[in-house]
Design a binder for this molecule. Sequence first.
Ligand SMILES: Cc1cc2nc3c(=O)[nH]c(=O)nc-3n(C[C@H](O)[C@H](O)[C@H](O)COP(=O)(O)OP(=O)(O)OC[C@H]3O[C@@H](n4cnc5c(N)ncnc54)[C@H](O)[C@@H]3O)c2cc1C
Length: 289
Amino acid sequence: MPEKITAYRFDYLDETLSQLNKEDCAIVAGGTDVMVLHKSGRGVPPKIPKPVVFIDHLSELKRVYQKDKDLHIGSCSTYGELLENPLIPIALKNAIKTIAAPAIRNRGTLGGNICNASPAGDTLPLLYVYNAKLLLRSVNGDRVVAISDFIQAPRRIGRNHNEILAEIILPSVLEEGSHVVFEKIGNRNADAIAKVSFAGYIRISNERIDDIRFAFGAVGPTMVRSIDIEKKLLGKPFPLSETDIDSIVADFDQIIRPIDDQRSTAVYRKTVALNLLRYFLNTSQYQPN
Ligand SMILES: Cc1cc2nc3c(=O)[nH]c(=O)nc-3n(C[C@H](O)[C@H](O)[C@H](O)COP(=O)(O)OP(=O)(O)OC[C@H]3O[C@@H](n4cnc5c(N)ncnc54)[C@H](O)[C@@H]3O)c2cc1C
């Protein structure tokens, strides 16, 4: 006889937040990470050690809208829904297309990818270079945190047990003029966990670099980004000189420290990460997107 667990599925976000305030529950959005994390044997229901609260049906968590130049994405928007939404930037759609197969993309959510805090989460490098902010909601109100502060370590996030990630905010993402890329190296095009991933963001003004950002996935416990290194390139003439490119690649060589695991080796990961960076910096024609 399978063990019974308590499960909640409220009609409104307010009721869900009240329950979370009374009781520490396991939040389930699409469930594609939760079910794997708690799986038991074949044919045996997963063992989740807390009461479960479902949130993926809540319309308050599925809105995608523009406010000034910022894009607000409801945390429970599935990948499938985001792919169909004209407000979602092409680079983010490109990253989503590399995630799993359509069945998972119809269940998995952007909020789930963030709160799962995997070093190989495919949307994370881009969310870092977009300077994403996260709106957390509880019975006490809202607070907004930078994604780089929220994700603390593999599977560790700065969420209080009574909070839900309600929205992902991409500041100024709807402003024109920047060029953003996402690259993922895995065993095959879809349905593969990243060995290495990379996101680059650049904005040029009067043939000089106005803004530039990079983030690497799967080469450290969380995304690797360095604002100090990025600052060195601000104001530099574009295209960059070989000396500048070599110096930035050497800087990242110092701070990227991948590990060997079942998916890849540290040496391969580092080589590919630095190659992706060099390729991005070497590009002399950027298409704003
Ligand atoms: C076969 C398969 C292939 C996959 N391939 C990829 C891949 O290629 N790339 C990739 O990045 N991932 C992949 N994943 C992982 C997974 O699909 C994604 O991480 C997905 O985005 C998780 O979303 P979810 O809604 O299913 O999260 P859930 O499993 O529901 O939740 C994940 C975690 O986040 C918490 N959570 C979810 N939403 C919220 C919220 N709004 N507020 C607070 N906490 C919340 C949950 O409590 C849980 O701890 C794969 C998974 C499977 C099973």
